[in-house]
Design a protein around this ligand. Structure first.
Ligand SMILES: [Zn+2]
Length: 505
């Protein structure tokens, strides 16, 4: 086998265009659940061994000469500013210009990046890459399952492979699949036939889990379709809180037999169409979710987990709304713990007061238009942490948290017994260590509230008596009728069996 010379890099961002938080360059530098900006050979020292696509690619491509560009990730949030996109893309493009005589390029991208000027940020990045390497060099891309891709993106990429699990347990495996696709392109010295299809309805993220139906069965079709001239087929289920023309699910198929590739793409699209009635979205109003959890926990031996998907920082939310916190207090929940409430000020106050201090806090809700009022309450600082700890669950395998000052507060309330973990860096709770690092053992609680939509399932399902998806305020409405779309493509349905979008202009 030839020792191919391959440039590798990445830029991951999932943009919620309804989020009030712009994504600046500093957010691409800052580490959180994943590393921040990494350049050159640091990619080889930082990335191996993690559940991240580029980590899997590096591992699989040990027989190739890899030329590191840059890799960066920013926590999902609002539009990527033009300045941030230009700075990051210039770093990547400059290092690509310095990497001469390449046989191919691998990029670890997300697929749902929206910049102030580009509705498909990944397509713009690929356009810049093509300006350097030309139209014929193989450029293979791995994507998150939540991509909203455009025809231009499909055109510019030689081949694409996408996570097949949500929670995303197969990120490194997706990088490995990208290596296989790239090696097939290099060995055959010819491009694939390729096909792309777009689904006619948008799927809310709360009904996309591959641990549940219908996504579980839909994803099982992919391997069965990879036969007879079809090299690979993948699908992105889309990311609903993005007001752009190409929001929604799409299918990518590649291979050596044109008709087989077209047929496979049609078969997968038809399966998605037929599943339209099966994507249910079982959200329960926050007070009812807490009442239900209290009732179950009376006899359960394990905690009841309540998810707060509409304020999930992993979907670009603030992670600071207080709908569920108010409900826990109003309903008198006991043995309850919530993580992670993004509140830099509360974390700083807790650190300066110290463990054991009892002080008055105004918790959460720094964006009043998106949430309920802050919770103004006395609380005891039970523990503080610098927010640096090892993740223990499978999704962040190999990664270390770096959330800045955090604290566990026991709220002073007549009836309720509620602990809140406040943090300085926004992050969804998809790992039990986010409680444990602050001295709260998850399995010993009656009720756990996690700001996450689906990812928490990977680490919490085994300790949960039951899981309830609550409907509280946030910038990621999962009932899509409440999203004020203005730029979708004509006719796309807003949710399964939803209303068709009509352009008012
Ligand atoms: Zn995702």
């Amino acid at each position: 086998m030839s020792r191919y010379r391959i440039a590798i890099g990445g830029m991951q961002h999932e943009t919620n265009t309804f989020s009030p938080l712009p994504t600046e360059f500093e957010h691409f530098i800052t580490a959180s659940a994943w590393p921040g900006l990494i350049r050159d050979n640091d990619i080889f020292s930082v990335m191996p061994g993690r559940n991240i696509p580029i980590s899997g690619f590096i591992d699989a491509a040990h027989d190739w000469e890899l030329v590191p560009l840059i890799w960066t990730f920013a926590e999902p949030a609002g539009y990527v500013t033009d300045e941030a996109f230009n700075q990051v893309s210039q770093l990547l493009i400059q290092s690509l210009e310095n990497a001469h005589e390449l046989d191919g390029v691998y990029l670890d991208l997300h697929g749902a990046m929206v910049t102030q000027s580009h509705a498909d940020g990944e397509a713009e990045l690929l356009r810049l890459v093509r300006e350097v390497v030309g139209q014929d060099l193989p450029v293979v891309v791995s994507l998150d399952l939540h991509g909203n891709l455009s025809p231009l993106f499909f055109e510019l990429a030689s081949a694409v492979t996408i996570y097949r699990t949500y929670p995303h347990l197969d990120m490194a495996d997706t990088g490995k699949r990208a290596k296989v696709l790239l090696s097939k392109l290099l060995e055959n010295k010819a491009p694939f036939y390729k096909a792309w299809r777009q689904l006619e309805y948008i799927i809310p993220i709360t009904s996309q889990s591959t641990m549940l139906e219908p996504a579980k069965s839909l994803y099982s079709h992919l391997d069965a379709l990879t036969v007879d001239g079809v090299t690979s087929i993948d699908m992105a289920l889309g990311f609903a809180p993005a007001d752009i023309a190409h929001t929604g699910a799409s299918v990518f198929a590649y291979g050596r037999d044109e008709q087989a590739v077209e047929n496979a793409a049609n078969t997968m699209l038809n399966a998605l169409k037929q599943a339209e009635s099966d994507f249910n979205n079982p959200l329960v109003a926050a007070p009812d979710a807490v009442k239900k959890a209290i009732a179950i926990s009376r006899t359960a031996t394990k905690p009841v987990v309540i998810a707060d998907p509409q304020d999930n920082p992993g979907a670009g939310d603030m992670g600071d709304t207080t709908g569920l916190l108010h409900a826990l207090l109003d309903e008198g929940a006991r043995g309850a713990a919530l993580s992670l409430l993004w509140d830099e000020e509360a974390a700083a106050m807790a650190h300066s007061a110290g463990e054991g201090a009892k002080i008055l806090f105004s918790l959460g809700c720094k964006f009043p238009e998106y949430g309920d009022p802050p919770v103004k309450i006395q609380a005891t600082v039970e523990s503080v942490s610098n927010g640096v700890f090892e993740f223990t669950g499978p999704m962040y395998a190999g990664s270390k948290a770096d959330f800045g000052p955090c604290a566990c507060l026991l709220l002073d309330h007549d009836i309720a017994e509620v602990r809140v973990i406040v943090g300085t860096i926004r992050s969804q709770n998809a790992d039990q260590s986010m409680f444990r690092a602050l001295g709260v053992e998850p399995k010993d609680q009656k009720i756990l509230v996690v700001k996450s939509a689906i990812h928490f399932l990977n680490d919490y399902a085994s300790i949960a008596a039951d899981v309830i998806f609550a409907e509280a305020t946030g910038a990621n409405p999962c009932n899509l009728n409440t999203l004020k779309y203005t730029r979708l493509r004509e006719g796309v349905k807003i949710g399964p069996h939803g209303k068709a979008f009509k352009n008012k202009i």
